[in-house]
Design a protein around this ligand. Structure first.
Ligand code: IPM
Ligand code: MG
Length: 361
């Protein structure tokens, strides 16, 4: 059966890194049908919208989406609905991609790239599960108005709405507990139940769902403490499970602990197993077009795609092993370079992964 992959390179370094991931996928000799479309600022420039209907349709009709990155400072002045970031938010919402997996792994070869002491991060392997289609990101109502009440009645104000419904929390809690089953069986649910009604409810529902997973250890942590624990003793976490807003912030912090945000893939899944796969890093406009970006996060995202949406575990493991091989060979893009290793560019890194794949026999 042909597996349909929508390829959405996007902006900044997106096209360069996606090219390398596509190259690796093609080398696997599997029945893929890949179709490319513009997204983000590139789509705005070509079609006047960051997520044109044809791009959305292509994504919805595919088994999986391979996504690069979107955004560039030059679009900051556009009205919000036309900004590149709206493309990724629109894809998440329209495809129902509620479950976001963000692994934060510290590769043994890269321990010294972390800003933390090596002993704090050596062997780090956290899985962040972030709810991705609810919370203050999408909650209505939102907008600007003249304040209807309070101390500043009549003054201009802006507001967003934080909200979560029971089924929304239940389905992501199941995802978190099931993911923990395949790991060290520990879930830390991160909330702000001491202040926010939404997250007291989150905590209550998570505790209820947990009753179905007696084999999983569950604890709860306030988000401020979680931020502190992430830099104090990150290895204590197994699955860090949280809502959309807190997950956005904590996943960037966790990624940086590994010293290699250029290495971290991510997956966003819906109830049908359809998924969008993208590197955890952004579009890095400052280095776009220079051929120096690290393509490994995108290549590893392609591996996650094979595993989660395309049921190709063997091919996924092959890619991950090939990435290990190039790290062992000492090849490094600038973001993970240290003395004694060999600095390479985007294309050379992709070629090295290809070579490692072909040597696997
Ligand atoms: C992320 C990004 C997005 C988010 C932006 C680009 C809308 O920061 O995927 O973490 O806030 O979710
Ligand atoms: Mg983010």
């Amino acid at each position: 059966m042909v597996m349909k992959i929508a390829v959405l390179p996007g902006d900044g370094i997106g096209p360069e890194i996606v090219t390398e991931a596509v190259k690796v996928l093609k080398a696997l000799d599997l029945p893929f049908e890949m179709e490319e479309a513009k997204v983000g600022g590139a789509a705005y420039d070509a079609h006047g919208h960051p997520l044109p209907p044809a791009t959305l349709k292509l994504a919805m009709d595919s088994d999986a989406v391979l996504f690069g990155s979107v955004g560039d400072w030059k679009y900051d002045k556009l009205d919000r609905p036309l900004r590149p970031e709206q493309a990724i938010l629109g894809l998440r919402k329209n495809m129902g991609l509620f479950a976001n997996f963000r692994p934060a792994i510290c590769y043994p070869q890269l321990t010294h790239a972390s800003s933390l002491k090596p002993e704090l991060v050596a062997g780090l392997d956290i899985l962040i599960i972030r709810e991705l289609t609810g919370d203050i990101y999408f909650g209505q109502p939102r907008g600007r108005r003249l304040s209807p009440d309070g101390e500043f009645k009549g003054a201009e104000e802006a507001f967003d709405t934080m909200r979560y419904s029971r089924p929304e929390i239940e389905r992501i809690a199941h995802v978190a507990f099931q993911a923990a089953r395949k790991r060290h069986k520990r879930v830390t649910s991160v909330d702000k139940a001491n202040v926010l009604e939404t997250f007291q409810f989150w905590k209550d529902v998570v505790i209820e769902v947990h009753a179905q997973y007696p084999d999983i250890e569950l604890d709860h942590m306030y988000v401020d403490n979680a931020a502190m624990q992430l830099v104090k003793a990150p290895k204590k976490f197994d699955v860090l499970f949280t809502g959309n807003m807190f997950g956005d912030i904590l996943s960037d912090a966790a990624a940086m602990l590994t010293g290699s945000i250029g290495m971290l893939p991510s997956a966003s899944l819906n109830a049908k197993g359809q998924g969008l796969y993208e590197p955890s890093h952004g579009s890095a406009p400052d280095i776009a077009g220079k051929g120096v970006a690290n393509p490994l996060a995108t290549i590893l995202s392609a591996a996650m795609m094979l595993r989660f949406s395309l049921n190709q575990e063997a091919a996924a493991s092959r890619i991950e092993a090939a990435v290990q091989t190039v790290l062992e060979q000492g090849l490094r893009t600038g973001d993970i370079y240290s003395e004694g290793t060999r600095k390479v560019g985007t294309v050379e890194m992709g070629d090295a992964v290809l070579a490692a794949l072909s040597r696997q026999g």
